[in-house]
Design a protein around this ligand. Structure first.
Ligand code: NAD
Length: 325
């Protein structure tokens, strides 16, 4: 197939691009390099089935040209990160709604299959674990709390996906649960695993936000992209899928495990949400995916255990010291 990957030079997108090429597909990567990096695609640089296009999904002309002749689109381009949602809500809202609308409209005209990258955050404050894809008891926080704008924008994107599916567009949704691995940003805007690993390797404090008892299901990026690619199956059309691990760990235990894996003597320190994100920040105590559907329809199972995934990620970060990642 000829496949467009938006956000394809980002963390998950670059791994997906490599996998699709390895499976024999032709891949067009579209990225504006806002957080993605050209060197994340160095393993496929010069590949004869790969084209890299610099541009934004909000630029309809560029997007239309990139999508021409494509049978499928993996739409990963997005503005994300908890700190971004709190500090730059407009960037997050516009960055996540406008591009998705363009992707869906143009894919519909071409009848190209769309797989949309959504998030476990759309389950909101729900604590009825594990989360099942079509459950209706999601509660998102008040719109005056910026943190919820990312989940709200992604939920609206999902509404658009389902609306186009009703019109006949083949589409699937993948909801990632805390993906981690090589190439994830370790900046304040990035993920907790990469932030902790970078600090641990530098013997700097690992900063746990809140009491650290909140639990998450960290998903190694290799597992995440296998699950994502499997949505090309026809049986996946019209459905959302949880893509995660089913082994929750608290942030306190994650910090301890990262210290163990890296052999670090960094201290673990606690910082209040208020100190980091300002007043009114609401976190979710626990997130756990029900993987029944993704296993039955996609054949998805998380294979990489946390200790192994953290070791691989730490190895990669060791090679990046001084590169600004
Ligand atoms: P990332 O920031 O590394 O990737 C996003 C990519 O999109 C970057 O390469 C960035 O340059 C690009 N991009 C942003 N705006 C763009 C635009 N307007 N036009 C073109 N390219 C643009 O983040 P990621 O973790 O790889 O996330 C990929 C997708 O998965 C996103 O849609 C994100 O919301 C979703 N997701 C990720 C996680 C996770 O744990 N990493 C969890 C849930 C959902």
């Amino acid at each position: 197939m000829k496949i467009l990957v938006t956000g394809g030079s980002g963390f998950i997108g670059s791994h997906l691009t490599e996998l699709l090429l390895a499976q024999g597909h032709e891949v067009v990567t579209l990225d504006d390099f806002s957080t993605g990096r050209q060197d994340f695609l160095q393993l496929v640089a010069g590949h004869d089935r790969h084209t890299l296009v610099e541009g934004s999904v909000t630029d309809r002309k560029v997007l239309a040209a990139a999508m021409n002749g494509c049978d499928a689109v993996f739409h990963l381009a997005a503005v994300l990160g908890v700190k971004n949602t709190v500090e730059n809500p407009l960037k997050v809202i516009e960055g996540n709604i406008d591009g998705t609308r363009h992707v869906l409209e143009l894919a519909y005209e071409r009848q190209a299959k769309v797989t949309f990258a959504s998030t476990s955050e759309i389950y909101g404050k729900n604590q009825d674990l594990p989360f099942r894809e079509d459950e209706s008891n999601r509660v998102l926080g008040a719109p005056c709390i910026h943190h919820w704008c990312y989940a709200t924008a992604k939920a609206l994107d999902e509404h658009m996906c389902y609306a186009y599916a009703d019109k006949g567009l083949p589409m699937s949704i993948v909801r990632f649960f805390n993906a981690y691995g090589p190439r994830q940003s370790s900046s304040q805007y990035g993920g907790v695993v990469s932030r902790f690993i970078k600090a641990a390797l530098r013997q700097e404090p690992l900063e746990v936000y809140g009491d650290g008892n909140q639990t998450r299901c960290f998903t190694y990026v290799g597992d995440a992209v296998r699950g994502t690619m499997a949505t090309l199956r026809k049986e996946a059309n019209g459905l959302a899928f949880n893509i995660g691990s089913d082994r929750p760990i608290s942030i306190n235990d994650l910090a301890a495990e990262i210290k163990r894996v890296t052999g670090s003597s960094s201290p673990i320190v606690r910082r209040s949400y208020e100190e980091i994100h300002g007043p009114g920040f609401e976190d979710t105590p626990a997130r756990l995916p029900d993987l029944t559907r993704s296993h039955q329809v996609l054949g998805y199972r998380p294979n990489v255990l946390l200790a192994e995934g953290l070791t691989r990620t730490a190895e990669w970060f060791r090679t990046q010291e001084g590169s600004g990642v």
